[in-house]
Design a protein around this ligand. Structure first.
Ligand code: CTP
Ligand code: CA
Length: 247
């Protein structure tokens, strides 16, 4: 695919993209994971580079070649992903929950990664052996919600009178199987993001497939429908909407 020839409308912009799926360790050889391939996040990274952006790609357990021209940060768990995203976006920091208000924050953060909602409450540092007894149950605890945290940090900075809180554009992804639009709208509001890409899962679409179909819900009430097509096309629509909001 030739991406050259596109106007570099993201030149001078720093964008942070998370891709792939987190793994939550049970012991040194086992984890709880998900089926995210990273294809959509990597397509977002390639298209952003092609449009002139400075790209940091936070990549969770993906078997894909590094996109040329992007800075790739590898993570495994939701906690590692959170650290890497907040660090790359330069929000949070000092541990005081304070969003930085300045010119060094990321212009946009796109959370394409499938982040585990839960993790086992304990981790065995040696391999768990089977024995004649019944296995112990795995108890789960909640992971941080990175997207919601980004929205809350920015909202806090705005309320304290920040002129231009970062990230200026926050984009989430959601895969919904039923009540797609209603669930998507509620999620957009709950997370405080500007755009939510709601994927239609099933019928040969979604995880691990080269194609995607989606509706992008906008916080201003609008919606953009994206017909089934390559993940690069969906990525370009996302960047169109991001560029519009940055200009
Ligand atoms: N997300 C996140 N941190 C989490 C979970 C999700 O940042 N712990 C982000 C994802 O990267 C995605 C968006 O939130 O961009 C929506 O994820 P989704 O799983 O659809 O939302 P949840 O709030 O976890 O709701 P659900 O109960 O449907 O899983
Ligand atoms: Ca979830």
């Amino acid at each position: 695919r030739v991406l050259a020839g596109r106007a570099p409308d993201l030149a001078g912009r720093h964008v942070v993209i998370s891709a792939g799926g987190t793994r939550e360790a049970i012991d040194p050889v086992r984890f709880i994971g998900n089926r995210s391939s990273g294809l959509q996040g990597y397509a977002l990274a390639r298209t952003a580079v092609a449009r002139g952006a400075e790209v940091t790609l936070v990549s969770a357990n993906v078997a894909l070649p590094d996109p040329a021209g992007a800075k790739v940060v590898r993570v495994e768990s939701a906690h590692e992903l959170r650290e890497a995203v907040l660090d790359a976006a330069r929000v949070g920091g000092a541990g005081d929950g304070d969003a930085r208000v300045g010119s060094d924050g990321a212009d946009a953060v796109v959370m394409a990664a499938a982040v585990a909602d839960f993790r086992p409450d304990r981790w065995s540092d040696t391999k768990i052996k089977k024995s004649s007894a019944e296995p112990d149950p795995i108890h789960l605890v909640k992971n941080p919600d990175v997207l919601a945290e980004l929205g809350a940090l920015r909202r806090g900075a705005l309320e304290r009178g920040g002129r231009e809180p970062y990230p200026r554009v926050i984009v989430g992804f959601a895969a919904e199987t039923d009540d797609v639009l209603a669930n998507g709208r509620a999620k957009l509001a709950r997370k405080g993001c500007d755009l939510l890409v709601v994927n239609q899962v099933g019928e040969g679409l979604g995880f691990g497939t080269p194609d995607n179909a989606a509706v992008v819900l906008c916080a201003d009430g609008g919606a953009v429908e994206i017909q089934r097509g390559p993940k690069e096309d969906l990525a370009d629509v996302v960047w169109d909407l991001v560029a519009e909001r940055l200009s």
